[in-house]
Design a protein around this ligand. Sequence first.
Ligand code: KIV
Length: 263
Amino acid sequence: MRITLNTLQKMAQEGNRISMLTCYDASFAALLDAAGVETLLIGDSLGMVLQGHDSTLPVTLRDVVYHTACVARGAKRAFIIGDMPFGTFQLTPEDTFRNAAEIMAAGAHMVKLEGGQPMLQTIEYLTTRGIPVCGHIGLTPQSVNQLGGYRVQGKEENDARRLLEEAKSLEQAGAGMMVLEAIPAALARDITAAVRAPTIGIGAGVDCHGQVLVLHDMLDIYPGKKAKFVKNYMRAAGTVQGAVELFVKEVKAKTFPGPEHSF
Ligand code: KIV
């Protein structure tokens, strides 16, 4: 049976951890589906791990639509989230809706967009018109030039307070889920306690409702630099299927991420 947003929200409320991996094609979608990964994210990380760019900024709407359609053909059970690329949601509400609708029409069940306070109206506009939205705060890679690099966010008290307030505001605006990237574990725990929408951590400690990694990072096939929060599951498991199954198992058992993957 298809996993829905309701399934994921119920899992979060009942304390059952949610596993999410990025995915960009039908073969991996089928493998991840069979291994029990509940949520597949067509992340704009595809710009780095598939296309070889040094950031996610060059990814286009066409790219995400194409890869979402591939994943949707391969996955029968998982909930599918399509990332909105840089520059495709900082538009008029109507144009943003049109772009999000293309990703949904390709087979996504939800779109994800980066940003806090400035995105609240956009989130409200989309969610009141039938498009579920996953927020993404903390380290937002599309803002790498503004942030001055891929750095941990929310370390200072003011920033931590702002992120906590932004998480609550995202939920009020209608976000049904949110990714927390590269923030201190204690802050992610406070955010997770303050919202009902599932929080999905990447470099945000073990207390989020779920965990996500970039597939090519956890399989150790991305040649670029790895963040501290990445675990190499191929080393532990030896096969692709084994690596994915071990990731799911460790997320459920709350043994990933360990302190060595957290801030
Ligand atoms: O694009 C992506 O893969 C992401 C994850 C890192 C959450 O946004």
